[in-house]
Design a protein around this ligand. Structure first.
Ligand code: NDP
Ligand code: OXD
Length: 308
């Protein structure tokens, strides 16, 4: 089996040995050094190569190097080739940890303590108990579902919102457009783990912010284009949103002149909420290479009509 590898984020020198250790017959060609596009069976990519994938007539699968797939420009992918996202246990674990960290950071008021320290002020205030701290998770899929469960295990009052109805132990679940307001009205810490689709683009906006209790916190490890940036800046100004942790941005890397960098109520992290490593991802990828060659459904296959 022969694949094309293309990524500006992932080093093929790390990935190829891990893949070949589990599948010695695998041949990997790194874009742009492709000898014969007709011989390529599958693509392992973060983004499409600049000349796209339509010139590879025998592709049996496209495997994303990310859990999100919006960076692939779905409309321009070759028709009829199955696409899979990359989900592995290490990625889910890291996202869970990020969400636990964010919720604890806000519940224990560490941002307030940092602001007080900058003014040499000793402000003793007891935090609200975890059970009284309402964390709302938008998106209850692989990552949002795992985060919601972990937050509930830690003792937070957890609510979740998804497109279709869900039943998760100790998580109050809300569904669809009509469920958004009741979900948001009692959410102190809002975590966005939605995929980026036409329906979710710009969903973190002033209408949603007005539904949240005054002083709510926003955590966005989803995608930058979920957020209307000007609406967040305005909500931070009025205090509707007290603080935000942003991991993803409409433009990445975030340009040096961007106001988020120096905003006192925003923490910026460089798309590190979660990550796959070659070691953790190789077993899932190799399983998908075998499935592609056998014409079987892929693990984590994307529903192209739904867009995620
Ligand atoms: P999944 O596809 O497993 O889950 C998506 C969830 O969002 C589902 O529960 C789905 O609802 C819900 N959803 C989708 N559309 C809507 C909608 N219109 N209204 C309400 N709910 C909706 O995705 P993952 O959990 O694996 O990943 C989520 C996102 O996290 C990725 O797409 C990516 O953007 C981001 N990510 C970020 C990383 C980082 O480091 N910052 C790392 C990895 C991922 P339903 O279940 O009803 O279909
Ligand atoms: C992502 C990833 O999709 O890092 O953001 O996997």
């Amino acid at each position: 089996m022969k694949i094309i590898f293309n990524s500006n984020l992932d080093d093929p020198a790390e990935w190829i040995p891990e893949l070949k250790a589990r599948m010695p017959e695998l041949e990997v060609e790194v874009w742009p050094d492709i000898a014969d596009p007709r011989a390529i069976d599958a693509a392992l990519i973060w983004t499409q190569p600049p000349d796209g994938l339509k010139g590879y007539p025998n592709l049996k699968a496209i495997l994303s190097l990310g859990a999100g797939i919006n960076q692939l420009d779905l409309a321009s992918l070759p028709q009829g080739v199955p696409l899979a996202r990359l989900i592995d246990p290490a990625l889910t674990e890291a996202m869970k940890d990020f969400c636990l960290y964010a919720a604890l950071r806000y519940q224990r008021q560490f941002d307030d303590h940092a602001a007080a320290q900058a003014q040499r002020k000793w402000i003793y205030r007891q935090p609200r108990a975890k059970a009284q701290t309402r964390v709302g998770v938008m998106g209850l899929g692989e990552l949002g579902g795992a985060a919601a469960r972990a937050l509930a295990d830690l003792g937070f009052a957890v609510r979740g919102w998804a497109r279709t109805s869900k039943s998760i132990d100790r998580v109050r679940c809300f569904t669809g457009a009509e469920g958004l307001e009741p979900f948001a009205r009692e959410t102190d810490i809002l975590i966005c783990l939605l995929p980026l689709t036409a329906a979710t683009r710009g969903i973190l906006n002033k209408t949603l912010f007005r539904m949240l209790p005054t002083g709510a916190r926003l955590v966005n490890p989803g995608r930058g284009a979920h957020l209307i940036e000007a609406d967040l800046l305005a909500a931070l100004e009025t205090g509707r949103i007290a603080h935000a942790m942003l991991d993803v941005f409409s433009q990445e890397p975030l340009p040096p002149e961007h106001p988020f960098w120096s905003h006192p109520k925003i923490v910026v992290t460089p798309h590190v909420a979660s990550f796959c490593t070659a070691v953790s991802a190789a077993p899932v990828l190799v399983e998908n290479f075998h499935r592609a060659m056998a014409g079987r459904p892929l693990l984590n296959q994307v529903d192209l009509d739904r867009g995620y």
